[in-house]
Design a protein. Structure first.
Length: 178
């Protein structure tokens, strides 16, 4: 029940952040964690993961944006509840454009948490730790302010090794600029 409240609250915060400012904002969903969760799920092993990686970004000065990433990975592993949460601040530099388009390089810094059966203590298999990352990619904006963004990241984080981000990560964000 608590995990559903956290997911609802996180989505509500992301939507509200997008409506506060009406210029040069972007909301996104990364498809790779979604696919990763589908592939890691196995009905025969009673394992299911639902991986959502959401992003918010605001252009603060030409070429440079700040934002937030939110990873929500709830699931079950052999009838044991699993919940991974990561919240990170991000910064990006768009080298070829003053706006949200073309090539970018960036970084992220935040915290991540794993809880097993609602317990995040290490003796129960959970943790609370820092997450760092660097990324680069290319944003293509389409008509109606929709965009696609292939990217590559290197993430350093404490994870369970199943679906959490660690090491080299491919990304394919789809989103909407406001």
């Amino acid at each position: 029940m608590l995990n559903k409240k956290i997911v609802f609250l996180a989505v509500l915060v992301m939507v509200c952040m997008g409506t506060v400012h009406t210029q040069e904002n972007a909301l996104s969903l990364d498809l790779f964690p979604l696919f990763k969760g589908v592939l890691a799920s196995d009905s025969d092993a009673k394992t299911s993961y639902y991986c959502f990686a959401l992003g918010y970004e605001r252009l603060v000065i030409p070429h440079f944006s700040i934002g937030a990433n939110l990873d929500l990975f709830p699931g079950k592993f052999m009838d044991i509840d699993f919940f991974y949460l990561s919240v990170a601040a991000t910064g990006r530099y768009y080298t070829m454009s003053e706006h949200f388009e073309k090539f970018f390089v960036g970084g992220l810094f935040g915290i991540n948490r794993l809880s097993i059966d609602g317990k995040a203590k290490p003796e129960n298999g959970g943790f609370l730790d820092l997450i760092f990352g660097l990324n680069a990619g290319y944003r293509m904006i389409f008509p109606n302010n929709l965009y696609a963004e292939p990217s590559m990241s290197y993430i350093y984080a404490k994870t369970d090794g199943v679906v959490g981000p660690l090491g080299w990560q491919a990304g394919l964000r789809i989103g909407y600029t406001l």
